[in-house]
Design a protein around this ligand. Structure first.
Ligand SMILES: [Zn+2]
Length: 114
């Protein structure tokens, strides 16, 4: 599938905007993580629990940023919208739902969650 330059530009904008949002989210997570621990030990335990949740959220965001960066590189290379595994076109519907998709539906199903 040949994607028109206008369409590529549209996906570039969606991906860039999404990436900015994720970066802001990571910044906020960092702000939060810098808060000093309470002296009280039960409070400390609760906060440590929070730190774990926070780092899981951060990992998720960082992973998404990585996927978006890869998608932006594929846009640059003219390989955007093509499955990295089988080389088939990724359906437009799938790209609309998740613009950073690297694989077609079939490959994503066989390789499991990214
Ligand atoms: Zn595929």
């Amino acid at each position: 599938m040949e994607m028109s330059p206008a369409e590529q530009e549209r996906f570039r904008e969606i991906l860039t905007a999404h990436k900015r949002e994720l970066e802001k989210r990571v910044d906020r997570i960092h702000e939060h993580a810098r808060e000093p621990l309470e002296a009280d030990s039960s409070e400390q335990a609760a906060q440590l629990g929070n730190v774990q949740v926070v780092s899981a959220l951060e990992n998720e965001a960082v992973q998404e940023i990585t996927q978006i960066d890869a998608a932006l590189r594929r846009l640059e290379d003219g390989r955007y919208g093509v499955c990295i595994t089988c080389g088939e076109d990724i359906s437009p519907k799938r790209l609309e739902a998740w613009p950073a998709s690297a694989e077609c539906v079939d490959c994503a199903e066989t390789s499991g969650p990214r």
